[in-house]
Ligand binder design. Sequence first.
Ligand code: HEC
Ligand code: HEC
Length: 361
Amino acid sequence: MKFFFVFFALWVVASCGEKLPQFSYEPVPYDLGVPFFPDSLNIPKDNPMTVDGVRLGRYLFYDGRLSGNPDKPMSCATCHKQEHSFECGMEQFPDGRPIGNSGKKTPNVMLPFVNLVWNNNGYFWNGFIDKNKGKNIETTVPMAITAPHEMDGHVENAVKMIKKDKFYRELFYKAFGTTEVNIDLISKAIAQFVRSLVSFNSRFDRFMAGEVQLTKSEMRGLMLFTTEGADCFHCHGSPALPLWTTNLFMNNAKDIDFEGQNDRSKVTGNPMDKGKYRVPTLRNIEFTAPYMHDGRFKTLDEVLDFYNNGLRRSPYIDPLSINTNHGGMHLSDRDLADLKAFLLTLSDTAFISDRRFSNPW
Ligand code: HEC
Ligand code: HEC
């Protein structure tokens, strides 16, 4: 009893000395606001999305101090730009590969941030960020900070710079119930923001909801896409899969030589995975040139021309790639124009101008 009293008295003294934060911690679950998507959500149990977690993540995503180097500020948004569906575009980087703080280019072109919360199959072109191997979007934050072809910085410096700004104290407290700033919480918040980037307001979505009509040409393009006519649906999905990707790893018959490629086989060790890459979403494809992991095609016309006449046989092509045997789809010019018209209905202009996703500073 005596012991308890002494302990209690010490506790009172200790807690008077330390100022308790005047902010409150009342986490409110974040609502993705999506009417219906078929795939299951990839949200780790130890990082549930909350309104304040996403809010903090948004500030950090756009904060150049994350490089930890005042002379060379760089944020995720330096490369992941909203107007390009969170790719970098070609204005600043004509070959589509951004240049990191060390002056090195990224090895591949970018991937868009759109509906990543529904991908359970691995991130990056070859899928090496895989939740089954304990890696997720959270993992990419310290990677981006340290990679020479990205921020080329040090995690400790980045944390120090963020910690210095008193503005963040309240944001961290509201998001995680602590004013402690560390790389784990920074990564969690940014991952929450990236998961909040959902798109479901393209013209095609509105067509599916019965709100708009498609033109004849767009309808013909849809038919070609979803049948063996153009055979895109095997890999890129169909209206039943509104992600417009299966998120599978496929070889789409571009190459016969796979020497030096950082493809799926480098992750699995399986030689049959040579030339395989994660099938990218076609949602917002209008905004994300150049195309393919190496950016070899600058326009959608070049991509369609490739699928029409340029498919090449190798032992590694997918059996699903049914047009490979004859070198391509061999569609008419009119068919190609229709296919392109359909692809353009997948653009979500509301998404690329949505203020909830823009720079909050
Ligand atoms: C210098 C440019 C650059 C910066 C800065 C950058 N990234 Fe990236 N990011 C890329 C490139 C390029 C890829 C594609 C990498 C690949 O698969 O080869 C990518 C891919 C990703 C992916 C995988 C997307 C997918 O669909 O698989 C995630 C997640 C990601 N980045 C998160 C971040 C975060 C978070 C930050 C900030 C902490 C960041 N990136 C900063 C260039 C950048
Ligand atoms: C066998 C599977 C498969 C089929 C069939 C297929 N694709 Fe692809 N597609 C892929 C893969 C895999 C990639 C990425 C390849 C890479 O980066 O090396 C890709 C990339 C693309 C890209 C570039 C995306 C980007 O962000 O860079 C477009 C556009 C595209 N495909 C459209 C189509 C269209 C249109 C069709 C039908 C004519 C089609 N694809 C058929 C697997 C396929």
